[in-house]
Ligand binder design. Structure first.
Ligand code: SF4
Length: 369
């Protein structure tokens, strides 16, 4: 990596609590009460101070993910936010909070006062039957109320999460969910294909779930991409779409292979050329015990992450990052895949097509092999 002035980093704060575990979810999250929330808030604040001292960096994005961060309440969130600001500056920062719509009366005004300026709301679907099958605690009315309350309070930058290829979902119901997002005027949509992970309840009952096969999943994904584009949401990453200027600054740091610190069980960090993470354990986090994950930021990683973006990897970004031209061999490998319609290679650089996005793991593996 080329030397230069230290860039501002991103901060990720994992809030590992949920009201109830969704049957398809393999994120690290547990059900807990007020006492645990307090204990965890204190641990996060300590950790923020410790890593600030250790790395002496400033940050310009802060992302509260989970779990259900909104569950711990505006007061604790405000306290953590203040601590992060005290130690990492956060000047003109994007500060995002993940919110689930089931919680009524979220104090959006208080959140704004604490400095939050972006919300990521877990809609998943606007179809009540699909939400029930996903084990979610909200229905479409809750989601509608949540988005409107946030907007009325003054949140302008709102993202909604959508899931594609869930049990019983049809093209029509997916379109209704996309319509829900567009009609609420949200600026950003994350649309993920449901993946059945081994550790989940869904995995145990997968044969009874009536899930669409791979071809149908692909059709539904491409359908969503097309409809979102008709509504003006530009696809800037495999699963992320936004109106112009509303791309997630925090998540772009991951895909640009930039530095960040992650706090909490299962949170990952990449800083000063090294990757490390906290295991999925409260005890390890409370004891500040991390696991080293080796060096980060090499060429392979840069390509792997960059190709997830619609802009792909440009010759300019490659030169800027490594101080040399993009290798011919890399360009040739990517060009070979353009015949099958998976990549686009031109004077700018290399990027994946929509068809390439669908097979991104295999396409990227081939390019970096
Ligand atoms: S609310 Fe989100 S993090 Fe919590 S269990 Fe459900 S999917 Fe997982």
């Amino acid at each position: 990596m080329m030397e230069g002035p230290a860039k501002k980093i991103g901060l990720y704060l994992h809030i590992p609590f949920c009201k109830r575990k969704c049957p398809y979810c393999d994120f690290f999250s547990v059900c807990a009460g007020e006492e645990r929330f307090d204990e965890y808030t204190d641990a996060l604040c300590r950790s923020i101070g410790y890593y600030s001292e250790k790395y002496g960096r400033t940050a310009d994005t802060l992302y509260f993910g989970g779990g259900t961060p909104s569950l711990i309440g505006e007061q604790r969130l405000g306290m953590i936010c203040r601590e992060a600001r005290k130690y990492f500056g956060l000047e003109n920062a994007e500060i995002t909070l993940e919110v689930n719509p089931e919680k009524k009366n979220i104090g959006f005004e208080d959140l704004l006062k604490s400095g939050f300026n972006r919300l990521s709301i877990g809609l998943q679907s606007s179809d009540d039957n699909e939400l029930r099958l996903l084990g979610r605690l909200h229905d479409s009315k809750d989601a509608d109320r949540c988005v409107r309350q946030a907007q009325n309070a003054g949140f302008e930058n709102i993202s909604l999460d959508l899931m594609i290829a869930t049990p019983s979902q049809t093209g029509e119901s997916l379109l209704r969910s996309i319509d829900f997002c567009a009609s609420h005027g949200v600026k950003h949509i994350s649309a993920y294909l449901l993946k059945i992970e081994k550790s989940t309840h869904y995995y145990k009952i997968k044969d009874s779930l009536l899930l669409p096969d791979e071809d149908r999943q692909a059709e539904m994904y491409l359908f969503a991409v097309e409809k979102l584009s008709e509504y003006g949401y530009r696809q800037y990453e495999i699963s992320n779409f936004s109106l112009p200027g509303y791309e997630s600054r925090h998540n772009l740091k991951y895909w640009h292979d930039e530095e960040y610190l992650g706090f909490g069980p299962a949170a990952h960090s990449f800083i000063d050329g090294r990757r490390f993470y906290f295991e999925r354990s409260f005890e390890d986090f409370f004891d500040n015990k991390t696991t080293d994950d080796g060096e980060g930021g090499d060429e392979e990683e840069f390509i792997m992450l960059g190709l997830r973006l619609a802009e792909g990897i440009t010759k300019e970004s490659y030169q800027k990052r490594f101080g040399r031209d993009m290798p011919d061999e890399l360009i040739k490998k990517a060009a070979a895949l353009s015949k099958g319609g998976y990549t686009l290679v031109d004077d700018e650089g290399i990027r994946l097509t929509k068809k390439g996005f669908l097979m991104s793991n295999a396409v990227i593996a081939h390019i970096i092999s």
